[in-house]
Design a protein around this ligand. Structure first.
Ligand code: FAD
Length: 501
């Protein structure tokens, strides 16, 4: 019997596989594609996932070829400009990285950690019993889909198989929500020199970024040398199937541009054309028995910029919990905290991305007036800071688990992602992120002698300017399990029961 089988080698499945391996489990990843994907989907990551990559010692590697890494000067919140350059306390960091590059780095890391990825394996059925889950499907390496069937047993299964998740359907988990009434066609086009595109008189009257017309919106941007991106958003034909990825031909694309702009554009040689319809959906449950969902399989957001932050953070949240359970040192309630902690984050993100989508799609003079008024409000520090926190996920605070609720009002840091404190230990100066690379629980003693533990927990005595508490008990995913000396022993015992206990 396998320990954990992950369905899907997209970014979330790969991240989860890395986290499981790092924390001691042996996952297998099944992926229906014959090999890696080069689809140019996401252009970057933003929010707490950037700190989580830093906590794993991966940020340097991931940021190496990035065209931009750091605090962004602003963000288009539902196409209303939000500026951060006047604020010095905005936590939001972004890392521009194309999705194929992100996935390639995650595969590299997974290979270093010994993860097995079985390409060309499509899961088709799932049956759970008290001891495990039986998965069956077809293995076809390479295509066409005529290969032999396979059967695999696993103690746990995680569906990281995207928005159309087969695992979610097989597990009987509903995915309520709404589908946009607009369609976005995106095209990447080859060009020798991007500046020529924007200086071409055919583009007169168009700005880099989104342009509104009475018939829809048109995006012009360039994300890398030698290519530029055109996006066309317009009302969807009611007969169009939102759930099917339509093939987009160059003629379809040119016709969509003509409908929205009222004229043709010299688009050049297409590299990649796609069509998507935004969805706003949240899985009714993130877990049923031995089956879990993470990433797009659990949530689809109707505005950009949050999906990978939330999806990859799901993976970091779940990985160490499954490993602890498999190693026999998880409290009985630990696996349930995955849904209790992550589903509210999905719901919260769904709410603010719905608001962004509504702001963006509202057309006509009313829409312009609403965006204009909000642009005036966003120019004030407090709203800008609030929205930056929202986009960062800085307002995430996981609930205190049942057995610790009797301990009274917890320290304000409990449940939050631990700040990356500058520390001095016996070995010299360091940062908290440096102590979390191995994904082990950490007891950080900031008062000297407060903490004594052992077992699966690293104990480090350190000093820091203005310590937030005498001691911090930090989970492998970087969240604070407990803060302060009072109640520390009980919290340590509750969260990290030794295997022999
Ligand atoms: C055009 C576009 C632009 C985007 N831009 C951004 C952005 O800028 N920022 C951002 O955060 N997000 C962005 N996103 C969203 C982001 O790409 C997704 O959130 C991300 O890919 C989700 O990762 P995932 O691993 O959950 O799912 P996926 O990437 O969908 O991976 C799922 C994997 O599961 C496999 N699979 C499915 N079914 C089975 C099965 N039955 N058996 C075996 N394998 C299976 C699939 O082949 C796939 O490889 C964008 C998306 C698109 C389409």
């Amino acid at each position: 019997m396998e320990q954990v089988v992950i369905i899907g080698a997209g970014p979330v499945g790969l991240m989860l596989a890395c986290e499981l391996s790092l924390t001691g489990a042996r996952p297998i990843v099944l992926e229906r594609r014959a090999g890696p994907s080069d689809l140019p989907k996401a252009n970057g990551l933003g929010g707490q996932i950037v700190q989580l990559l830093d906590n794993r010692g991966l940020l340097g590697r991931f940021a190496e070829d990035s065209p931009f890494f750091g605090r962004p000067p602003g963000f288009p919140f539902g196409s209303v400009p939000l500026r951060f350059d006047g604020l010095d306390d905005v936590p939001l960091r972004v890392l521009m990285i194309q999705q194929p590059r992100l996935e390639s780095l995650l595969r590299e890391r997974a290979a270093e950690l010994g993860v097995e990825i079985r390409w060309g394996h499509e899961v088709e059925s799932l049956a759970e019993d008290p001891d495990g889950v039986t998965l069956t499907g077809r293995a076809f390496e390479p295509r066409p889909r005529s290969g032999p069937g396979f059967e695999l047993r696993a103690r746990y299964v995680v569906g990281c198989d995207g928005g159309h998740s087969t695992v979610r359907r097989l597990a009987g988990i509903g995915f309520p929500g709404t589908t946009d009434d607009e369609v976005l066609r995106l095209g990447h086009f080859a060009t020798a020199d991007t500046t020529h595109v924007f200086e071409n008189p055919c583009y007169d009257g168009l700005e880099p970024g989104w342009n509104r017309t009475p018939h829809g919106r048109l995006l012009l941007t360039s994300l890398r040398e030698g290519a530029y991106v055109v996006g066309v958003k317009e009302k969807r034909d009611p007969g169009e199937q939102p759930d099917r990825r339509e093939e987009v031909t160059p003629a379809d694309f040119a016709a969509a541009v003509r409908r929205v702009l009222g004229r043709d554009l010299p688009l050049g040689e297409p590299i990649w054309l796609s069509s998507t319809v935004g969805q706003a959906r949240l899985a009714e449950r993130y877990r049923t028995g031995r089956v879990f969902l993470a990433g797009d399989a659990a949530h689809l957001f109707p505005a950009g910029g949050s999906a990978l932050n939330v999806g990859l953070t799901d993976a970091v949240n779940l990985g160490w919990k499954l490993s602890a359970e498999l190693a026999g040192h998880a409290p009985a309630w630990l696996l349930d905290t995955y849904e209790a902690e992550r589903r509210p984050v999905g719901a919260h993100t769904l709410a603010h991305t719905r608001a962004q989508a509504a702001l963006e799609s509202q057309s006509g003079e009313n829409g312009d007036a609403l965006r204009g008024l909000l642009a005036e409000l966003f120019a004030y520090d407090q709203p800008a800071r609030h929205l930056a926190e929202l986009l960062h996920g800085g307002d995430t605070r996981y609930p205190v688990p049942g057995p610790l609720q009797a301990a009274g009002q917890p320290h304000p840091l409990v449940g939050r992602l631990a700040p990356d404190l500058a520390l001095t230990t016996a070995a010299g100066p360091t940062r908290l992120a440096e102590l979390l690379h191995q994904g082990r629980p950490l007891l950080l003693d900031l008062a000297g002698g407060t903490a004594a533990s052992g077992g699966p927990i690293d104990v480090v005595t350190a000093t820091t300017a203005d310590p937030p508490a005498d001691a911090l008990l930090i989970r492998p995913d970087g969240h604070v399990a407990w803060a302060g000396a009072e109640g520390l022993a009980e919290a340590t015992a509750a969260w990290f029961t030794p295997a022999s206990a």
